[in-house]
Design a protein around this ligand. Structure first.
Ligand SMILES: Nc1nc2c(c(=O)[nH]1)N[C@H]1C(S)=C(S)[C@@H](COP(=O)(O)OP(=O)(O)OC[C@H]3O[C@@H](n4cnc5c(=O)[nH]c(N)nc54)[C@H](O)[C@@H]3O)O[C@H]1N2
Ligand SMILES: Nc1nc2c(c(=O)[nH]1)N[C@H]1C(S)=C(S)[C@@H](COP(=O)(O)OP(=O)(O)OC[C@H]3O[C@@H](n4cnc5c(=O)[nH]c(N)nc54)[C@H](O)[C@@H]3O)O[C@H]1N2
Ligand code: SF4
Ligand SMILES: [Mo]
Length: 733
């Protein structure tokens, strides 16, 4: 047990993750769980409560933190936070241990000539980094600098401002390894990077590689539970029977990488049988006839051979959709199937939007919604001066023209580093080296930089490669800028400082980038405090920092979404684009057509797929002792292999197996199950840490990215994380 006062029992109490973990044992409602596990720990000592936001994943759920005599003792999800709705997931509770982790970074580090890190002063680190930045800009121009960051309330603001102040447009998110293809494909079709399925009010919702019960957001799990209770027809299309099956009717065990074929064939059925909303399509669509002309070849019989799903099932699902429309949709997904996985991911995203258009379900109750948002207005230009727009465009935008420029293709920046065109890279809250593509390629590419700076809270694999590692405070130790949240009722929430600094020589993100900017000679854009900017932003929406500190979350009921409103299609044609000029110019087909994945399993090969587990986030939580203990208790590092395939290969449940391809070989135990498609091998996404300074996570399990060849999706630039086949054999056989 860690020294942290939150016990395993208390953080699991009321946790959405715990509900998902019990899924195999049958249905457990939140309310029953809560009653059975109510944790009424009595606090003694001086207690203060602070509203803040979780940082264990990008949902940033709101909570109330209880601090007794300066130590964190308890978190309770805030009822009015739209994503928490009174609950955090297990990760949210467990990750709070990061503040007290014995593996925290405590001082700025510099790599010496022997390749070892030594502690240096902040001033030395800033001075030396600034000298290198200035040299790179003088020699190559500001576009030789790049930043990779996972957007966080303050992080996304300060990192962009810092890079733009230096004159560089190269600010990338993690998107190429998450949802770049999906959001860019959606944008081509509907002019919006995402939408929300009204699952709860639907008659039918299909999830294509999206699992609310594994890749958790508490509000989503609750919504799915309610939909199930109301009798909505919930269909999971997944090579793996994921834990959302607790709240679903049907598992469609598709061959991985073939979802596009399923969507094309369901579209074929609707169009061929005249079951689509013709009026809606005529009014809202552009280029429908072009797409209709290519659809006839995508019959259910054709798709059966590609997807492994019987033609009759495909036709039935299409007809059921037509019967349920417009209270029906394909849910937008997030990452699993077509966020960044295949050479056809962006095209799958486009096809899904077109299928939903055939249903006429946009903004209809139970359909697919464009909900509302609020953002901060203009703030005082004297105090918070605008940074001039960089002259260049984000690098990669010519080579991957469909990639949303708000995310960019960070892998392109790595490739440029390998070629020597990008010379300096910064990383904020990003473990690119372990999570975005082939780990050996990335380590080699980044080793070519003149300057690599990583801001983190622990020694990540990316930090290990850096010249300078700067220690951020943990999320519990800093105030951040307000976080605006879109939804049925838009809201804004605040990450406030819960704890005093645990390690005095750490500094919060706003301070680090403001001071770095000062050292680099662009400090004039940073002469304000994060509290001042937060207050100014909040005043533009009728709030203030003080009021939001008191409530944690505030909503904008006057901006509530209302059903039936005709969407504004922000595409070049101002219509849903069944055909896209931009896609054609990018070398793709004008209308979504079948694109085979770049790699297909042959013979005994299996496609390696990943997927979240309810108790871990990416690479960032495996080092949390209590979360890793759950991994060990349930043997969660196992790869999943289909039982028939296992029998053929002489592999039994629990056997140690060797997983091999051209990129990597490693050993792990195997879970033999009928819950996976015979062409796939599932490897949980969170393991295989190779940083010895993460004492709990180090060397536990295998890492999916070790097996993934370095590749970018044509047009879209995403990482193609599942264009990977492996062989498997029993160790000793
Ligand atoms: N192996 C693997 N790779 C993945 C995924 C996966 O599940 N497994 N998921 C994919 C997806 S969906 C996404 S969105 C991306 C996510 O990509 P990343 O955002 O890079 O996510 P993580 O791998 O969790 O790495 C986050 C890093 O931020 C650090 N960190 C945590 N808190 C703080 C903080 O307060 N301040 C600072 N400065 N750093 C902090 C963590 O220690 C960690 O090193 O990864 C993608 N790649
Ligand atoms: N527990 C947990 N929750 C998280 C996160 C986390 O790290 N951990 N991260 C958050 C973030 S940043 C993201 S992006 C989301 C991700 O949310 P999701 O996209 O829902 O998560 P994944 O687990 O990556 O993928 C979902 C499912 O896709 C399936 N899948 C894999 N390949 C294919 C395929 O070819 N076709 C189909 N149809 N299905 C396929 C997997 O088996 C898996 O069950 O989760 C968010 N929530
Ligand atoms: S879903 Fe879980 S890990 Fe993500 S922000 Fe919410 S509580 Fe934290
Ligand atoms: Mo993600």
């Amino acid at each position: 047990m860690s020294e942290h006062a939150i016990t395993r029992r208390s953080f699991l109490a009321g946790s959405a993750g715990a509900v998902a973990l019990t899924a195999a044992a049958g249905y457990v409602s939140f309310d029953a769980w809560e009653q059975a596990h109510a944790d009424d720990t009595v606090e003694s000592g001086e207690t203060k409560t602070v509203h803040s936001l979780c940082n264990a994943c990008s949902s940033k759920c709101g909570f109330t933190a209880y601090v007794v005599d300066g130590r964190l003792t308890k978190l309770i999800g805030d009822a009015d936070h739209p994503y928490a709705q009174g609950k955090l997931c297990a990760r949210g509770y467990g990750y709070s241990q990061i503040a007290y982790s014995k593996d925290r970074l405590t001082d700025p580090l510099k790599k010496n000539d022997e390749g070892e890190f030594e502690a240096v002063s902040w001033e030395q680190a800033y001075g030396e980094i600034a000298d290198k930045v200035k040299a790179i800009v003088a020699e190559r121009g500001p576009q030789a600098l790049a930043m990779v960051q996972d957007p966080r309330p303050s992080g996304k603001y300060y990192t962009k401002r810092f890079m733009n102040a230096l004159g560089s447009a190269n600010v990338y998110t993690h998107g190429a390894a998450c949802n770049l293809s999906k959001e860019s494909g959606f944008t081509q079709a509907i002019g919006a990077s995402s939408y929300a399925s009204d699952v709860e009010n639907s008659k039918m919702t299909m999830f294509i590689g999206r699992s609310y019960a594994d890749a958790i957001r508490p509000s989503s799990v609750r919504e799915l539970q309610r939909a199930h209770e109301r009798g909505a027809h919930i269909v999971l299309v997944d090579p793996r029977c994921n834990n959302s099956i607790t709240f679903a009717d049907e598992w469609v065990p598709i061959n991985p990488g073939t979802d596009l074929a399923l969507v094309l064939a369901m579209s074929n059925v609707l169009v061929a049988r005249g079951l689509y909303d013709k009026e809606y399509v005529a009014e809202n669509g552009a280029g429908f006839e072009e797409w209709a002309a290519v659809l006839p070849e995508y019959t259910p019989e054709w798709a059966e051979k590609v997807t492994g799903i019987p033609a009759a099932t495909i036709a039935r699902l299409a007809v059921e959709f037509a019967e349920a429309a417009p209270a029906a949709s394909i849910e937008p997904s997030w990452r699993g199937a077509f966020g960044c996985s295949y050479a056809n991911s962006g095209e799958t995203a486009r096809a899904i939007c077109l299928f939903n258009t055939l249903l006429g379900c946009w903004n209809q109750k139970g359909g697919a919604l464009f909900t509302s948002g609020v953002s901060a207005g203009d703030v005082d230009k004297e105090k918070f001066p605008g940074v001039p727009k960089p002259e260049g465009k984000i690098a990669g935008s010519e080579e991957y023209p469909l990639a949303l420029s708000s995310m960019g293709t960070n892998l392109f920046a790595a490739e440029q580093a390998k070629k020597g065109d990008v010379k300096g890279m910064f990383f904020y809250q990003s473990n690119m080296a372990a999570g975005y593509s082939n780990t050996a390629y990335l380590a080699d590419a980044l080793s070519n930089l003149d300057l690599m700076v990583v801001v983190d809270v622990q020694m990540s694999e990316t930090a290990m490669l850096a010249d300078y590692v700067l220690p951020d405070t943990s999320y519990l130790e800093r105030l951040e800028l307000p976080e605006f949240i879109g939804g049925m009722v838009p809201a804004v929430a605040l990450r406030d400082q819960v704890l005093e600094k645990v390690h005095p020589n750490t500094r919060p993100v706003d301070q680090i980038f403001s001071e770095l900017a000062e050292a680099c000679g662009v400090g004039e854009y940073f002469r304000f405090g994060v509290d001042e900017l937060a207050d100014a932003q909040l005043k533009t929406v009728g709030l203030s920092l003080d009021t939001l500190k008191r409530t944690g979350t505030a909503s904008f009921p006057d901006k509530e979404f209302s059903y039936g409103k005709a969407p504004k299609w922000k595409t070049p044609t101002e219509k849903v684009q069944f055909a896209s000029d931009a896609c054609e110019q990018a070398g793709l087909s004008r209308c979504p057509v079948w694109v085979e994945p770049a790699v297909m399993p042959m013979g005994d090969e299996l496609r390696l797929i990943g997927g979240k587990q309810a108790i871990h986030s990416h690479t960032q939580t495996a080092n949390v002792e209590d979360l890793m203990q759950i991994t060990k208790d349930y043997d969660l590092t196992r790869v999943w292999l289909n039982a028939d395939v296992a029998a053929r290969m002489g592999i039994a449940d629990g056997d140690e197996v060797e997983v091999t391809n051209n990129e990597h070989t490693g050993r792990v135990r195997c879970k033999v199950t009928q819950r996976i498609n015979p062409t796939a091998l599932y490897m949980p996404s969170h393991y295989g840490c190779s940083s010895p300074d993460q004492h709990t996570a180090y060397d536990v399990g295998l890492r999916q990215m070790d097996y993934v060849p370095f590749r970018m999706e044509p047009g879209y630039g995403a990482a193609c994380t599942q264009e990977t086949v492996v062989n498997i054999k029993k160790v000793g056989a």
